[in-house]
Design a protein around this ligand. Structure first.
Ligand SMILES: C[S@@+](CC[C@H](N)C(=O)[O-])C[C@H]1O[C@@H](n2cnc3c(N)ncnc32)[C@H](O)[C@@H]1O
Length: 226
């Protein structure tokens, strides 16, 4: 199922109150590793001004702040942002496709689990790159699509166990569980890591590197603006 900003608004509003707890459980404790890797690879210096897009409840925002960055969290969901804790700068409600900031205003841009919800992926990457200063770092965390033997195990988990677990958890997680399996397959087929890397390059990024995490279940990408 293809996502869109509207799909995302409906999916995330009901799960905001317990998003972080269940995201950690349902990713089998792996999502924190992906975020840490992205932030480590982005090599943002202490004091950097970073835009964390699709910040949600602030998992990436808090890690960046722990490294001494000043972070502006942005998200389109008022419900998710209302649960954002400890951010030192006020969160901004906006869509990633139209960021209310001047060109080149940030030293870093990060985004986690955003691109499957945008209508125009290259256009959105262009917008994310626009607000990044020349030489600044960009980092992304996404779900990946395992291959080979692991793909079978992943299908069993994401296509069988995850939707069932979502129904048991309730409060909107059933929809998330049903959405994710086909969304990850469709997104992964359309935007293979190499294809996505090229979209980054076409948007003005250089030194673009991607790394599969957790047997392919996660994907981390980073680069620098030329
Ligand atoms: C899975 S959550 C990720 C939150 C956080 N980045 C993390 O790693 O835990 C995805 C977030 O993306 C936001 N989002 C989805 N589409 C968006 C868009 N087009 N513009 C801004 N935020 C968007 C949702 O509201 C949601 O908070």
């Amino acid at each position: 199922m293809q996502g869109s900003p509207e799909v995302a608004r409906e999916l995330f509003a009901p799960i905001a109150p317990n998003y972080e707890r269940w995201a950690r459980v349902l990713s089998l404790g792996q999502d924190a590793r992906w975020r840490h890797r992205m932030i480590e690879a982005s090599r943002l210096a202490e004091g950097s001004l970073v835009l964390d897009v699709a910040a949600g409840t602030g998992s990436i925002t808090r890690l960046l702040e722990a490294r001494g960055c000043r972070v502006v969290p942005v998200d389109q969901s008022p419900e998710m942002v209302s649960k954002l804790r400890n951010a030192s700068l006020s969160p901004v409600i906006a869509t990633a496709e139209s960021l209310p900031f001047p060109d080149e205003s940030f030293d870093g841009v990060t985004f986690g689990y955003l691109l499957r919800y945008v209508d125009d992926l290259p256009g959105c990457l262009g917008e994310l790159t626009r607000v990044l200063r020349s030489g600044g770092s960009m980092g992304m965390v996404e779900f990946g699509l395992p291959t080979g033997l692991w793909r079978r195990a992943w299908d069993l988990y994401a296509g069988g166990i995850l939707p069932l677990a979502g129904v048991v958890i309730g409060a909107g997680w059933g929809e998330v569980g049903r959405f994710l399996h086909s969304s990850i397959i469709e997104f992964g087929a359309m935007w293979e890591p190499e294809t996505l890397e090229n979209v980054w390059r076409d948007s003005g990024m250089t030194e673009v590197v991607s790394q599969a995490m957790s047997l392919g279940g996660g994907l981390v990408m980073w680069g620098r603006k030329t």
